[in-house]
Design a protein around this ligand. Structure first.
Ligand code: KG4
Ligand code: ZN
Length: 372
């Protein structure tokens, strides 16, 4: 496994002073008023084993990510059993490294946060069971965290001034949602994909074009050099549900273009096809997100998830928000993919809301974001 080690302390550490006092929310908590809450967070929902220490949900003291992507590349996608085995091998080292980088021991911690849903069940179980063991042995509260909520929370680290309410476009490998975040732990789904997620749509089309897994990143780079008007592609809508998405037809259109060219012995300019396809996906994302903003009146727009790294999506939303007098919040590129810093951020707010678990905690492969 390759460990990607992120900077130990974020610049925003000292600038957040408005957080509620923990002991006021949890009377049982004997912590002095100014004592900051340090959460060790663990993430293992897919193909990254990650641990981080985060203070008061906003300040990252350490963040360690061990990625398995090179191994899964050989198979063109994540192989669940390999993912579980690699998490098992990596987790102790990754957690130890996160504590060392934060210059802390388990005794300095106030709680353990862990991703428990949604994701690959065997992968989630590794993190959940490790967190349960640590919570039991160190007598620390255990905080279950929903993976997509944590993607949204990556924005609390990058944007210290950001607070709910806001509207969020969550675009990852497995999910595409428009979410109204009314409070840190109160979320409402306004729209979602009916078939492929945005990241999946990028990965599947990229694979058809011959790019290695996960193709979304490679396609984004190549698209920068292509002509986005070279291929005419649809902008699918869902009848009667203007905030929902459908990407499978778009992906099929690309596959048909490639097959037809192959049958005729023609070559396809992959940069042009990437640019045209990326523009079509981003047009759909931006169209529905702005429609939701118009409908709800939200002026704070937030993006999150792996696909929020997409260069065109960032540019287009920046322009649109500027034009329409809205404020756009985006996570730092180092926090768009799976990591545990974002889990530590969300765990803090789940804890303040009283959302802790006991040793009965189990992993869930599927769970809606609004349920927590
Ligand atoms: O959020 P994430 O790291 O994992 C999940 O929770 O699914 O998202 C991974 C997804 C992959 O599909 C990957 O191809 C996509 O995010 N992705 C991108 C870009 N960077 C990552 N898609 C488009 N453009 C990018 N720059
Ligand atoms: Zn993710």
């Amino acid at each position: 496994n390759t460990a990607r080690l992120f900077p130990m302390r974020s610049k925003s550490c000292s600038s957040v002073s408005t957080e509620p006092n923990i002991s006021a929310v949890h009377p049982a908590n004997q912590r002095p008023k100014d004592r900051k809450m340090k959460i060790l967070a663990i993430e293992s929902s897919c193909d990254e084993t990650a641990a981080a220490v985060v203070e008061n949900g906003r300040c990252v003291l350490s963040s360690v990510v061990a990625t398995q992507v090179e191994e899964h590349k050989l198979y063109g996608g994540v192989v669940p059993e390999i993912a579980s085995r690699r998490h098992s091998e990596a987790i102790v080292g990754v957690v130890r490294e996160a504590l060392e980088r934060a210059e802390l021991t388990v005794n300095d911690l106030d709680a353990i946060g862990v991703t428990y849903a949604p994701g690959l069940i065997g992968a989630l179980l590794v993190g959940v069971n490790f967190a349960k063991g640590l919570s039991l042995s160190a007598n620390l509260p255990l905080i279950p965290v929903h993976h997509l909520r944590s993607h949204i929370a990556s924005n609390y680290i990058t944007n210290p001034e950001l607070k709910p309410p806001f509207l969020c476009l969550v675009v990852s490998g497995g999910h595409t949602h428009i979410i109204e975040v009314t409070d840190y732990t109160k979320l409402r789904i306004l729209g979602k994909t009916r078939d492929d997620a945005a990241g999946e749509a990028f990965d599947k089309a990229a694979r058809a074009m011959g790019m290695p897994y996960p193709g979304g990143i490679a396609m984004d780079k190549l698209a920068e050099t292509g002509n986005d008007k070279a291929f005419k592609l649809p902008r699918p809508t869902v009848d009667g549900a203007p905030l929902d998405f459908s990407f499978s037809g778009l992906k099929t259109a690309v596959i048909n273009i490639l097959h037809n060219a192959e049958q005729k012995g023609q070559t396809v300019n992959i940069a042009d096809l990437s640019a045209s396809y990326r523009k079509a996906v981003v047009d759909c994302l931006v169209r529905n997100f702005l429609h939701a903003a118009d409908e709800t009146g939200h002026k704070k727009l937030v993006i999150a998830g792996g696909v929020s790294a997409n260069a065109l999506l960032r540019r287009r939303l920046t322009e649109e928000c500027k034009r329409t007098g809205r404020t756009l919040y985006m996570p730092d590129l180092s926090l768009t993919g799976d990591n545990a810093a974002m889990v530590g951020a969300q765990a803090y707010y789940e804890y303040l809301a009283g959302h802790t678990a006991g040793m009965e905690l189990n992993a869930c492969a599927q769970r809606s974001i609004d349920l927590g």
